[in-house]
Design a binder for this molecule. Structure first.
Ligand code: IMP
Ligand code: MG
Length: 177
């Protein structure tokens, strides 16, 4: 659904997201030649992205999920730690693409990378719907595929939340206090 909240300003509309995900699906399927591609969705923020990306692909990807929790409330608190709930299927020998909502400080990606490192994957790539300005530098993470480069602002919608709100919006919005 769209938002009528006056504190939200639409940044990326549903149609632009849909179109870009169609392009990403092609990019990913060309880059990862082996089949199946395993899409590893990062909950909760990556839920719509994974769902739409999987349906935009022309091959038959495997779908797995992992949950990463970053302890911080609101928009300014520094995240303190990240806990990963595993329940990962056997990914040894698989070509995995991690599907996440946004690259910001990179704590999620770094924690995930060390969790996945011992699993003997055939290959590991990262797709982020959004990458914030300066995020590559401050995180040291190099995404393989990126939906949109955005300014360093708090965004909500399309899976992204502010204290668990706004995940159901069909576009991405900038939050203004
Ligand atoms: P990281 O800072 O790159 O580790 O990002 C950790 C997680 O924080 C992301 O996967 C999101 O779930 C969340 N996050 C970072 N920036 C935003 C934002 O602007 N809006 C909503 N969630 C965010
Ligand atoms: Mg997230």
């Amino acid at each position: 659904m769209p938002s009528t909240d006056p504190r939200l300003r639409e940044l990326i509309g549903p149609e632009a997201i849909r179109a870009r995900i169609g392009e990403l699906a092609i990019e990913i399927e060309q880059a990862v030649e082996a089949r199946p591609v395993v899409l590893l969705g990062v909950l909760k923020g990556g839920v719509h992205f994974l769902s739409d990306l999987a349906r935009a692909m022309s091959s038959d990807p495997r779908i797995e999920f992992i949950r990463v929790r970053t302890y911080a409330t609101g928009t300014d608190a520094a995240p303190e730690s990240t806990v990963i709930d595993l329940g990962l299927a056997d990914l040894a020998g698989e070509h995995v693409v991690v599907v996440d909502d946004v690259l910001d400080q990179g704590k999620t990606a770094l924690a995930l990378a060390s969790t996945l490192a011992p699993l003997k994957l055939a290959s590991l790539r990262w797709v982020f719907l959004l990458v914030k300005e300066g995020a590559r530098e401050r995180s040291g993470v190099r995404p393989d595929f990126v939906g949109f480069e955005i300014r360093d602002e708090w965004v909500v919608g399309y899976g992204l939340d502010l204290d668990e709100r706004f995940r159901n919006l069909s576009g991405v919005y900038v939050w203004h206090r």
